[in-house]
Design a protein around this ligand. Structure first.
Ligand code: AN7
Length: 386
């Protein structure tokens, strides 16, 4: 065994979520993680957004855009690709609205495996396309949407020696559930409401798995160190076990099958990441919503972009449009009292704003061009001071 293949001993340095939560994951103890240091993302309290400040609520965002490939997908991908290696796989495949393909391409590169990614032609954000291409995956653009791609890759994975790494792969959800563990550790308790964007509905399903798991294993916990994970969170877990948040899923109005109560043939939204009409985790997400006494709601593209801009301008947090639907919806539900005062709210920001520079630039004030002279620059500054 070379040193590169040896599992990292837990403790000294954060080395990814597989090492930290291995005993909560369906992986063998001796399997080395295919890791890029994913997870351990910051939980940031919103402090400047007027609609939040006006109410007695605390809203934290879990900024998943700070994962290695800049989206939450890395949590599931580290586990799915580690498992693929454990099983002797040589290639992975996925359909994607962009982030899954970026993550699959990166983790496959890390594992020295081939990756094939199917994306809807012209409908993925530029940064995500650049990632899939740079990491050397075989990018296959289809003249159809994500749902068509999904149907294809499921059939291909049945017939060809390629491992499907969409979230129908159970190891993906196992990895993604760790975000719920982290939130409890960071907050010191589970939130009352967990708001997140819903596309394929894997993430809401995975978080619910995580919260349920956390609340169901009080027996093995101690108070001196964390008996739940191999990290150093040292939570007094017995205090938090009973509670689970209400799961609140927000969709874009043009791509909202959970609101319509049926699958959609032609989903459409500026938030291309969640331009999905046939969610793969349909039943599981309904269960999460029902069991947690949560709900689904929708936001228009206008509301989504406004929330993205608000987060960027007021809080210094740049997320991609699909991520902002969680904050757009939460602000509205806080305003109307559906999320009551006194609540602790967590919104997941699933991906980084740099993924989609086109949409960002389109909705921003263009740069001003002046001559390279003191007076010209000074004038702009004075004109814009207030
Ligand atoms: C930024 O990459 O489905 O409800 O193929 O990229 O778990 O699907 C992306 C989904 C939210 C929705 N936010 O999560 C893909 C893909 C961002 C996303 C979602 C996605 P799920």
């Amino acid at each position: 065994m070379t040193s590169a293949m040896r599992p990292t001993p837990p403790g000294s340095r954060y080395s990814g979520l597989v090492d930290k939560y291995r005993r909560r994951l369906p992986l063998r103890a001796e399997t080395a993680a295919v890791t890029l240091g994913e997870g351990n993302t910051p939980l940031i309290e919103l402090q400047n957004i007027p609609e939040v400040r006006a109410r007695e609520v605390r809203v934290h965002v879990k900024f998943e855009g700070l994962n290695p490939t800049a989206s939450f997908k890395d949590r599931g991908m580290t586990v799915a690709v580690t498992k693929a290696v454990e099983e002797g796989g040589r290639a992975v495949i996925c359909a994607s609205t962009g982030n899954t393909s970026a993550s699959a391409a990166a983790y496959a590169a890390r594992a020295e495996m081939a990756a094939f990614v199917l994306i809807p032609e012209g409908k993925i954000a530029l940064g995500k396309l650049a990632q899939a291409m740079m990491h050397g995956s075989k990018v296959i653009q289809i003249q159809g949407n994500f749902d068509a791609g999904m149907a294809l890759v499921k059939r291909i994975a049945d017939e060809a020696p390629v491992i499907l790494v969409n979230s129908v792969n159970p190891y993906r959800l196992q990895g993604q559930k760790t975000a719920a563990f982290e939130i409890i550790e960071q907050l010191g308790r589970p939130p009352d409401f967990h708001c997140l964007p819903v596309g394929n509905a894997g993430n809401i399903t995975a978080h619910w798995i995580g919260y349920c798991e956390y609340s169901s294993v009080p027996g093995e916990r101690t108070t001196s160190a964390c008996a739940f994970c191999d990290g150093d969170c040292r939570l007094l877990h017995d205090r938090v076990v009973a509670d689970r948040p209400k799961m609140v899923g927000y969709q874009a109005s043009g791509a909202a099958p959970f609101l319509r109560g049926t699958m959609l043939e032609h989903p459409e939204t500026v938030a291309t990441a969640i331009r999905i009409g046939r969610p793969q985790s349909w039943e599981q997400a309904w269960s999460a919503s029902r069991e947690s006494a949560g709900w689904f709601d929708e936001c228009t593209d206008g509301e989504i972009l406004a929330a993205q801009k608000l987060l960027a301008e007021k809080e210094g947090i740049f997320c991609e449009p699909a991520s902002a639907v969680s904050v757009a919806g939460a602000i509205r539900d806080i305003g109307r009292g559906k999320i009551p005062e006194g609540s602790q709210v967590v919104c997941t920001l699933t991906g980084h704003g740099l993924k989609d520079p086109d949409t960002a630039i389109k909705q921003s004030v263009p740069p001003i061009t002046v001559s390279a002279e003191m007076d010209a620059v000074k004038k702009v500054i004075l004109d814009n001071m207030n």
